[in-house]
Each structure stands twice: as structure tokens, then as C-alpha cells.
Design a protein around this ligand. Structure first.
Ligand code: C5P
Length: 234
């Protein structure tokens, strides 16, 4: 019997054994801090497949991740980690919450270099932006681990930009999470899917932004399926 240890808006997490967890992607989509929620048949499998595809690609290119395998449906098996309670966002173009705090910048301006930013994972506080000093002083990460998080996040960005670029897709921004394995190694964790990345094809979103902007769950699932077809994801 696997024990349910966490249920979030888009995923459930089960403990498989001391070292491994199962992440199950729900056939549901939410926006506005969970205020808008709709059933989205097929989304769980598409997001699990995307996560498996990107994590495998990153592993093949030297990024250590928590990913172990995908069951071909809505579940992936991953290594259990001690999670760092921050979200790392990498931005190539001005969009989303960047524009809300920097409204003087024109939407979709390409940055001179990728921006890396940190948010505290807290629904209650609405994931506030953190300075690097904040997170070091609060003991969330040591200075060397922080540098490793930054280096890995930029490497992930280069790899994903390259891969998506080859398929005519533009990566606006994405969110990463990290955790420590039992032997103290920092691994890339969580998911990489249309729920956590903004990807444009000829100006059209193939990601959750569609739903955030009012599209139906059915149209969102169609966009995720289109992304998978473009990338050759089964
Ligand atoms: O909303 P914001 O512009 O900060 O989002 C930046 C990127 O991080 C987007 O690709 C978004 O999908 C992702 N994100 C996420 N989970 C959050 C916040 C943002 O996956 N809680």
C-alpha cells in the first residue's frame, strides 16, 4: 500500500518506500490561487509525459534530477528528497509577475541575459520574492548551494532553450524546485510541464497561460497534446 503524503492543486504525492515517492498528476487545472478549478481529462498523462521527457533530456545532458521513471500514464516515480522551500524562476522574456512588478518594461522584451529569481514557497504569503541575502540569512540555503542552484538553473535554461528552439518554440520562463538527497547531493525536483513553463509557438501559448487567460480546460489539454506531438513525446 502506498501512503498519500501530500495533495496539491495539480498533483498527489505518495510514499513508495524510504527512498522513493510517486507523483500523480491530476486531470484537473486550477488558476487564481485555486479559485478557478476545472476537470481536464487527459491533462495528467500529458503533464507526466512532459516531465519525464524533460527530466530524461536534462539527465542525459548532465543535470542530476529526482526522476526515476514514468508509468506511461499519470504517475512518475522519483527519489525522495529534503526539499528546499523555494521556487526558482528563470526568465528569458518579460512576462507574468515580472511585468506586474516592473510595468515600465514592454511585455515580451528579451532580457540581455536570463534572470534568475527566488520566491518563498508559501500559499499563505503568496510566494513572495526573496533576495539572495534573505534566503541565506533565513537558513534556506548555504552560499555554495545557492551558487549551485543558480548554475544548474542557468544550465537547465540553456538546455531547454536549445531543445525547444530546434522545434520552433520560444521558452519565455519556467519554475524549478530543488532538494537534497540522503547523501547530501542537490537534485532538480518537482515537475517540468506546461503548468510550470511558458512556451510560445508563433506567439501562441502551449502552456497553462491559456487557462489563466480564460481558455477552457479542453483547449488547454489540446495545447499540451500539440506540444507533445511537436516534441515527439509519446
Ligand atoms: O507568474 P510568474 O511570471 O512569476 O511565473 C513565472 C514562471 O514560473 C511561469 O512559467 C509559471 O508557469 C511558473 N510558475 C510556477 N509555479 C508558481 C509560479 C510560477 O510553475 N507557483
Amino acid at each position: 500500500m502506498v501512503e498519500l503524503i501530500y495533495e496539491g492543486k495539480a498533483k498527489r504525492v505518495y510514499r513508495l518506500n524510504d527512498d522513493e515517492l510517486i507523483i500523480e498528476f491530476k486531470d484537473e487545472v486550477t488558476a487564481l490561487d485555486g479559485l478557478r478549478r476545472e476537470a481536464a481529462a487527459g491533462k495528467g498523462r500529458l503533464a507526466a509525459a512532459q516531465t519525464a521527457f524533460f527530466m530524461n533530456y536534462l539527465e542525459r545532458n548532465g543535470v542530476r534530477t529526482h526522476f526515476i521513471n514514468w508509468d506511461g500514464d499519470r504517475r512518475i516515480t522519483v527519489r525522495a528528497l529534503r526539499m528546499v522551500p523555494i521556487e526558482v524562476i528563470v526568465r528569458n522574456y518579460a512576462y507574468g509577475s515580472f511585468l506586474r512588478r516592473m510595468p515600465m518594461v514592454k511585455p515580451l522584451t528579451r532580457f540581455s541575459k536570463p534572470l534568475v529569481e527566488f520566491h518563498l514557497k508559501s500559499d499563505e504569503l503568496h510566494d513572495p520574492l526573496l533576495t539572495t541575502d534573505d534566503l541565506i540569512e533565513a537558513g534556506l540555503l548555504g552560499r555554495e548551494d545557492l551558487q549551485e542552484v543558480i548554475n544548474t538553473s542557468l544550465k537547465v535554461n540553456d538546455l531547454l532553450m536549445g531543445l525547444l528552439g530546434m522545434h520552433g518554440l520560444t521558452l519565455l520562463d519556467f519554475k524549478l524546485e530543488f532538494g537534497f538527497s540522503r547523501d547530501g547531493r542537490l537534485l532538480l525536483a518537482d515537475e517540468l510541464s506546461g503548468d510550470t513553463m511558458r512556451i510560445l509557438k508563433e506567439g501562441r501559448h502551449l502552456d497553462k497561460e491559456l487557462f489563466r487567460k480564460g481558455a477552457s480546460a479542453v483547449d488547454l489539454v489540446k495545447a499540451y497534446a500539440e506540444l507533445n506531438t511537436l516534441l515527439g513525446i509519446s
